[in-house]
Design a protein around this ligand. Structure first.
Ligand SMILES: Nc1ncnc2c1ncn2[C@@H]1O[C@H](COP(=O)(O)OP(=O)(O)OP(=O)(O)O)[C@@H](O)[C@H]1O
Ligand SMILES: [Mg+2]
Length: 225
């Protein structure tokens, strides 16, 4: 955590060379991403800077799609600057992960995450690709999806695979942890893929659900199940 010149809290994520090994393991996320062609893997420092820039750009895509994420502020070299997500608005206290601070209303929380997955995919054309209870924080009154470094564009060759894995992780967490009924992963995936094809007709309702041909995702899912 750091302070902005105006005194507000900001979060700095610093990418170190020690994380280079981790980044190399995730190289498939950069490969196939048209924004990052021509990245030389041989240069570790450059690779880390690309990763930082990629997370900044991904955060912006998700933010602009109306997904609750830390608002990206800027980046320089290996330092990403973003909104600090605090716990209950207490300065300097970071919001805990959802796995450590479970939501009061798990069923509503589940739907919120599904809503965000859809907004990111259809409006942001982006898939988180590392979504789980380890990358969702609970501020005490809202859920925020963090850690967008691995995210891929919807036209990435492995996009469908990553989207399904995100859905499965979220489904696994909410069904095991809270014993709530979740949507079938494959049905959810296919419904999202079908809606994506009609994204030019997307509108939002008062609860920020996307309307595609006037229908919310959850309406289509309950009709199909
Ligand atoms: N914007 C933020 N505001 C407050 N805390 C944050 C913010 N971003 C990240 N954190 C905290 O830092 C931790 C690590 O962030 P993040 O998940 O982005 O990095 P990471 O590289 O995946 O690290 P880790 O392996 O520890 O998960 C998060 O679990 C969260 O507790
Ligand atoms: Mg993380």
């Amino acid at each position: 955590m750091a302070k902005a010149p105006d005194g507000t809290d900001i979060a700095l994520k610093i990418f170190y060379t020690s994380t280079a090994q981790f980044i190399r393991g995730r190289y498939k996320y950069l490969l196939g991403d048209p924004r990052f062609t021509g990245v030389r893997i041989t240069n570790t420092r450059k690779l880390i800077e690309y990763w930082c820039r990629k997370e900044f750009s991904n955060l912006g895509d998700a933010y602009n799609a109306g997904v609750r994420v830390p608002k990206p502020i800027t980046f320089n070299r290996n330092i990403l600057v973003m909104e600090f997500i605090s716990y209950k608005g207490i300065s300097g206290i970071p919001a805990p992960l959802i796995k450590d601070e479970p939501p009061e209303n798990p069923a509503a929380a589940y739907l919120t995450i599904i809503k965000y997955v859809e907004r990111a995919f259809i409006l942001g054309k982006i898939i988180h690709a590392d979504l789980s209870e380890f990358n969702i924080v609970n501020t005490g009154n809202e859920l925020v999806i963090i850690d967008w470094g691995s995210a891929v564009k919807a036209n990435h060759p492995n996009a469908t695979e990553f989207l399904l894995r995100d859905i499965e992780n979220v489904n696994r967490y909410f069904s095991r942890e809270f014993r709530i009924e979740v949507f079938n992963s494959k049905v959810l995936l296919n419904t999202l893929l079908r809606r994506y094809e009609h994204r030019d007709k997307a509108m939002s309702d008062d609860d920020d659900w996307l309307l595609i041909n006037g229908k919310r995702l959850i309406d289509e899912l309950s009709a199909n199940n």
